[in-house]
Design a protein around this ligand. Structure first.
Ligand code: EPU
Length: 426
């Protein structure tokens, strides 16, 4: 197990360039299964989850080649199996995204249950209901077995705008006969990215960016060359880091439109950003007090499906708030296990009340003290790393594979900003 040793309490300074969005890269990798031609994916983050999915694809017979550290060539011309490796599937939640493309391409699947972060109940009902509506027949025992003689377009209203369920259904519907309409679909930037990739492969999807997607099925898809969007979770993390450590950080190569709600929310906890030349600049010295609602009531930050505040940014914004002045409630509506990591922040000195699995009250500012910790999941891991950079003195973080599952070369990026962080192999 590797660990990070951090000497915290130093202000940071400089520019970072975000890597590609993990949650766009993973379904994009699966899209290669829909064609026998080559799909080229650029700005791919070479992170743990991506490497695991590449291994799963290789096991199915896909040729996977790195052109350089952020560009992949994938060719699924000789698929040889409908049974992805169980051990690898248990490592990543994204393995559920094999359901759509394998049913579409091979008409059958035996899919081990997916793994991933333990942050709450992660239902697959929406995937299941959608696949059956398209004509698949599924069975659940130790794995999901399924077959689909012919996939046929359908009109379906999702019981919740699940990100991976929307992606799975897109991957299945693009080659189904007839028209599929997905109502109450997810519309995160990574869902938009997947739609754009599929259209460049010859699919016919409209309504992209909205919660109603119309897919006219086509017989065949072809190869494509696609660039993954910047990772807004990484961008948001650097914004929070700049504020919490009173640093000056510029984050390059971002699309302002993806950040409307994020900027509004960060502003509530006192983080001010400027945008110029496709870059954000955060001056942590300019952090203001936490805002209250009109009338003086303590405000609440809620997570929700896009365009609401992303659940994946809750952990890092909680850490940033421990350094702002005032009180605020965080209400994590989506995952019931995501707030538990805050006990580690409390033991570092943060003033947090865990009200129930979904809600906490944070009052700041509080000095944080160094600690030795393990990273429970990818986002909480990044949040603890941030807390260690705030705390004056030496902290250690174990289980850093959790952080590296989602953040590419995070230690190198932090070093460039002047952080004292060392990766130790043990
Ligand atoms: N949910 C609600 N209300 C909704 C929609 C969802 O409560 O309106 C709940 C669901 O019941 C579920 C949870 O929220 O418990 C997540 O739902 P979803 O099915 O959308 O999640 P997912 O598709 O399994 C993807 C990302 C997650 C990210 C979520 C939400 C991938 C591979 N994973 O998961 O990413 O948190 O969407 O945006 O795309 C991460 O990157 O750290 C991560 C966990």
């Amino acid at each position: 197990m590797s660990q990070f040793i951090i000497e915290g309490g130093r202000p940071l300074h400089g520019t970072v360039k975000p890597s590609g969005n993990k949650n766009e890269a993973l379904p994009a990798l699966m899209a290669c299964l829909l064609t026998d031609q080559t799909v080229i994916l650029r700005r791919i983050p070479k992170i743990g989850d991506v490497l695991t999915v590449c291994e799963i694809l290789r096991g199915l017979g896909v040729e996977v080649e790195w052109e350089n550290d952020d560009c992949l060539h994938l060719r699924a011309s000789k698929l040889k199996s409908h049974q992805p490796d169980a051990e690898l599937c248990a490592k990543v939640r994204a393995s559920i995204l094999l359901l759509g493309p394998l049913l579409s391409r091979l008409s059958k699947i035996e899919l081990p249950l997916p793994g991933g972060d333990v942050i709450g109940a992660r239902r697959i009902d929406t995937h299941w209901e959608g696949a059956e509506a398209l004509g698949a027949s599924l069975n659940l025992s130790k794995s999901i077995t399924g077959s689909a003689k012919q996939l046929k377009g359908c009109d379906i209203f999702f019981d919740e705008p699940s990100v991976t369920a929307t992606e799975n259904l897109l991957l299945m519907a693009v080659r189904a006969s007839g028209t599929t309409i997905l109502h109450n679909a997810a519309c995160e930037p990574h869902v938009v990215g997947l739609c754009n990739l599929l259209n460049s492969m010859g699919a016919d999807i409209s309504g992209i960016g909205s919660n109603r997607l119309t897919i006219h099925g086509v017989e065949e898809l072809k190869g494509a060359d696609h660039t993954i969007g910047a990772d807004f979770m990484e961008v948001g993390s650097f914004m929070c880091l700049a504020a919490a450590t009173k640093s000056q950080i510029t984050i390059e190569d971002v699309n302002l439109d993806d950040y409307r709600f994020i900027l509004k929310t960060l502003n509530r906890i006192g983080i001010n950003t400027t945008f110029e030349n496709n870059s954000f600049f955060v001056n942590g010295e300019d952090t203001s007090d936490i805002k209250r609602d009109i009338g003086g009531r303590v405000a609440t930050i809620y997570s929700g499906p896009w365009p609401a505040y992303p659940t994946d940014l809750m952990s890092v914004s909680i850490v940033a708030t421990t350094q702002s002045t005032g009180t605020i409630i965080f209400f994590e509506k989506m995952f019931e296990g995501r707030m538990f990591f805050t006990d580690k922040l409390m033991s570092m000195g943060a003033n947090i009340v865990l009200c129930d699995p979904h809600r906490i009250v944070v009052s700041g500012p509080s000095p944080l003290y160094p600690a030795n910790m393990s990273s429970p999941d990818v986002r909480a891991g990044m949040a603890l790393l941030m807390a260690s950079l705030i705390a004056k003195g030496r902290s250690e973080i174990n289980s850093i594979y959790q952080i590296e599952r989602g953040y590419y070369q995070i230690d190198e990026k932090l070093k460039q900003l002047g952080a004292a962080i060392k990766r130790v192999e043990s």
